[in-house]
Design a protein. Structure first.
Length: 377
């Protein structure tokens, strides 16, 4: 039997399941138990990285999808589990009568860690697939954190125009995370709407055409809010929105790290070089790649966006820039901008010398003042 077909081979990617009993413990006992969730997701996995080191193994990228059943299964079963965590948490917080106000907030901070660290990462994997069930599950996971437009922005804009001025989530050199976060919260929904309406216009359809997925996004998000209200009233809606914010904050921290300071070379007249592994930060850290289903092999994901997560390749420093730590640790550093600049700006400058020694003036790249790509939606 091919090793990819076996559950033991896929089991390391199921370590996200540990977070579900941690939610149950926090919802039952209150107090500081909610800290178990960020402790596990951010710190335990980072410590395991230090023990296990880097994993440079590259699987056969031509492996058949049928061989990946147990790898795909964890992403497919996650939505009902996350719904149980979120809405079960709302019931415990608003109907259980045993949690104080700060314990409720702590619980939903922890649930936001779950829905951001795991839920959005799984949604990202699902929305890249071609099967309707996987795409729908991706949409449902994004609706559960009120960030449905991410599907459009990611597929139509980010993957086409990453590391160019058209992509809102390509963090610029010297841009601090908080400035980046505010910019993305404002620009991304507008960018996604513009991409969808531009796509419809090319087909001579109205922005209000039923094919515009923003109708679906709105209905799914409204259904999630209505369910939160039905279970916990306005307090339930507030807790639901809070966990969504925590999840979005984690997503955009990750986006910030993934492409910070990396740019595609402008070739003139709005033309940019093709996307290459060098345009994403790569990280081969073992445990955090288990938790994040190989998201940190991000260079290959952008090079081959339709490649399923178990088959993503890793690269050495001759082909792609390398992060010194996995995403959980790097996002922590990103929240302290002076610390981040000390760690990462020298790496960006080294990347520029390595791959683009001919570029003499990086100012327009730093400020985002280069021309918009031709034919960008």
């Amino acid at each position: 039997m091919n090793a990819y077909r076996s559950l033991p081979h896929a089991a390391p990617f199921w370590i996200s399941l540990v977070m579900l009993p941690l939610v149950a413990i926090a919802a039952t006992f209150g107090g500081w138990w909610f800290l178990l969730l960020p402790l596990y997701a951010w710190y335990v996995t980072t410590m395991l990285d230090a023990v296990l080191g880097l994993n440079g193994d590259n699987p056969d990228p031509d492996s058949d999808t049928a061989q990946l059943f147990w790898h795909r299964a964890i992403t497919i079963i996650w939505f009902p589990l996350q719904v149980l965590a979120i809405f079960g948490g709302i019931w415990a917080a608003t109907q259980g009568g045993h949690l104080s106000g700060w314990e409720r907030i702590g619980l939903f901070f922890g649930i936001g860690v779950l829905s951001g660290t795991i839920g959005i990462v799984y949604a990202h994997e699902l929305l890249h697939q071609k099967t309707p069930i996987e795409r729908w599950l991706g949409d449902l996971l994004l609706a559960s954190v009120l960030y449905s437009h991410f599907r459009t922005e990611h597929l139509l804009v980010h993957h086409s125009w990453v590391a160019t001025p058209r992509d809102a989530v390509s963090a610029r050199y010297n841009e601090g995370f908080y400035r980046f976060f505010l910019r993305v919260l404002i620009d991304s929904p507008v960018s996604a709407w513009r991409a969808e309406t531009g796509r419809l216009a090319r087909a001579r359809r109205s922005p209000w055409d039923r094919r515009n997925p923003f109708w679906r996004y709105g209905m799914l998000q409204a259904a999630m809010i209505a369910l939160a209200f039905a279970i916990g009233g306005w307090a339930g809606v507030g807790l639901f929105a809070f966990q969504a914010f925590i999840a979005i904050w984690q997503l955009e921290l990750t986006n910030y790290v993934e492409h910070y300071g990396l740019t595609r070379q402008h070739l003139g007249d709005g033309r940019y070089e093709h996307i290459k592994p060098r345009h994403s930060w790569n990280a081969s850290h073992t445990a955090t790649n288990w938790l994040l289903i190989n998201l940190q092999r991000h260079s290959d994901h952008h090079y081959k966006p339709d490649r399923r997560f178990p088959l993503l390749q890793t690269y050495d420093r001759d082909q792609a820039p390398q992060l010194p730590l996995g995403y959980p640790a790097m996002t922590f550093v990103a929240m302290v901008p002076p610390w981040w600049r000390r760690r990462m700006n020298p790496r960006v400058r080294a990347w520029r010398r390595q791959f683009y020694p001919e570029v003499q003036d990086w100012t327009p790249y730093n400020t985002g003042d280069l021309p918009m790509p031709r034919n960008a939606l």
